[in-house]
Ligand binder design. Sequence first.
Ligand code: ATP
Length: 304
Amino acid sequence: MLAFPVLPTRPGRHRRLTLTASGKVNLALEVLGKRADGYHELATVMQTIDLADRLTLEDADELALTTTSAEVPANADNLALRAAGALREAAKVDRGVRVRLDKRIPVAAGLGGGSSDAAAVLLGLNRLWGLRWPLARLAEVAVTLGMDVPFFLRGGLALGTGRGERLTPIPGTPLALVLVNPGEPLSTAAVYGRVTPAMYSDGGRARTMTEALRARKPTRVAASLYNGLEAAAMGVRPDLVRMRAALVAAGALGAAMSGSGPTVFGVARSFEQARQIRARLARASWGCWAVRTVSGPAVRMRAA
Ligand code: ATP
């Protein structure tokens, strides 16, 4: 897969692009409090991973989408098409796009798949429609689609504050992870709805994680994993406790939930060990992946 800087810059030359859109894990996620606008104030360390959706964008007159997944809407509600519609309106273009979406990232899983698809469409259409918008301008559209979407415009490793959309890139270290997903979605709104002030913290855990990443020590990263939404999510899905314990019993250095769940991930010593842990955990009812973190862009594209 070629990274997008190698694409020809002449706008309109390529009428079709293929893209990969990486998911993310939250190495740390703290809820600091509730804001006047109804959102929660967060401090979160987000990291892209190499589990990715695939998209094809083709220049068209209308907005249309087909998808391999029965779990996401195949209409204007799909985040990929909402992104296209929002950019079309913001840029005042009268062109459309046909999106083919091959979902590989589990849906409503805490891995940000829909947000990454939306970012991929913004970046792809910026190229396909020849807009040449800088990332900062695309980010203004991204944040109207979801608080995680701005992160995926760049990807890599970042500290997110505010509602998670104020981003500061941070230095990190490559990690091998094992993801475990129970195979059923968990609503982000349902989890945030169960958050109580007792679950708030002060941002210290995100700072500790930032320092562990800077020290480039997977053992320290594993010891610093934290998710302040776990208690709220476990109220809806008590089996998360078992998933997290199973990861540690199978050899993970440490484990935590990602985002608002239900995916739980563990840190391994190496990718080889991650594969061994995955093999130990693979059961019919759980989806398991051994993945690597991605330090470069979350979205990669090439002309097709
Ligand atoms: P986050 O970590 O950003 O909270 P998530 O991984 O928990 O996200 P998503 O997979 O992004 O959740 O999906 C959230 C909801 O959005 C689901 O209910 C799903 O039906 C809807 N949705 C719309 N379009 C998409 C898409 N392209 N991919 C995934 N979900 C989508």
